[in-house]
Design a protein around this ligand. Structure first.
Ligand SMILES: [Zn+2]
Length: 304
């Protein structure tokens, strides 16, 4: 926005109620960090894979076969590799899938569910939520919910807003759908209850962070400045440090990954090394996001 734009007040001219209202709209409420994790575990690990596949391209309105092939790699090569790794380590994870990806690859989603993983919402076509009107956002969320329910055989209970682009109307729509949890906000390391305008909503937040995401370190887009600046060994070092910190605090380590990014040979090795490191620690509970959210709702107030 231009400082001389007559249609928009600059924020420094806002009256106190205006900035206060903006901040209070969606806020972290009581902590849902349990005193102990399931079966006395010291730390909880929630691995998630955002299967963006072709929607990384389609969301921009691009139909470039070259770029779409980068997305198809996610489905064709990466997801089978990831599922194999999780199977070998007997770990259940959560897959956040845009409805268009689920409709393009229904067999992949059924395999994910059949192998015990969670299928959860990740928008319609990976749209930028904050650019939508509430009516369009509602329509896309409902259609996405319906599409995933049909393919998975049960309705999804959680959502990760595409690009974590949570709009001021998103929480109201999550409540309308009766979802259990969201995993798009960043107000804590530990799960918390989301407040709307200062009121508890009963919705669990399983917080994310760009630090605990493969994309900022390893993403690549020829047409932008996005480049894999960080070697996999350094990414492993950062993820391990985050996990070790969670062990020390008896907390949650929630990691966001993308099949078309982490599924390459040089990077799946990083994830395998990370899993081996986590398994070398006693008392690690590997859980899906749904399991974590349900456990925290039932036991979270002890430490909160
Ligand atoms: Zn995504």
């Amino acid at each position: 926005m231009s400082p001389h734009d007559p249609d928009r007040d600059p924020s420094w001219a806002w009256a106190e109620p205006r900035w206060r209202r903006a901040v209070e709209k969606v806020r972290a409420g009581r902590s849902l960090h349990p005193a102990r994790w399931k079966d006395g575990a010291r730390v909880c690990v929630a691995l998630s894979f955002d299967s963006d596949h072709e929607t990384s391209t389609l969301r921009e309105g691009s139909v470039s076969p070259g770029r779409l092939s980068q997305g198809q790699y996610g489905s064709r090569a990466a997801v089978p590799r990831i599922l194999g790794l999780l199977r070998r380590h007997d770990i259940r994870a959560s897959f956040f899938v845009p409805a268009v990806v689920a409709l393009l690859h229904p067999d992949e989603q059924r395999r994910v569910v059949d192998e015990g993983h969670e299928l959860a919402m990740h928008g319609w076509i990976h749209e930028m939520t904050s650019q939508l009107t509430e009516t369009v956002e509602r329509d896309l969320m409902r259609r996405a919910h319906e599409a995933l329910a049909k393919i998975a055989g049960r309705p999804p209970v959680g959502v990760r807003v595409p690009s974590w682009d949570f709009s001021p109307t998103t929480l109201g729509l999550i409540r309308e759908l009766g979802l259990l949890y969201d995993s798009s906000l960043m107000a804590d390391d530990e799960p918390y209850e989301i407040l709307e305008d200062g009121e508890p909503t009963g919705i669990v937040e399983l917080p994310v962070e760009w630090i605990k995401d493969d994309a900022p370190y390893l993403g690549m887009n020829r047409a932008s400045t996005i480049r894999p600046y960080t070697p996999p060994s350094a990414v492993l070092e950062i993820f391990q440090a985050e996990f070790n910190g969670a062990v020390n605090e008896g907390g949650l380590f929630l990691l966001t990954m993308h099949p078309h990014i982490i599924g390459h040979r040089s990077r799946i090795a990083l994830l395998a090394d990370l899993i081996r490191h986590m398994k070398s620690v006693d008392g690690v509970w590997f859980a899906t996001h749904e399991e974590v959210a349900r456990y925290c709702l039932a036991h979270g107030s002890a430490a909160g």
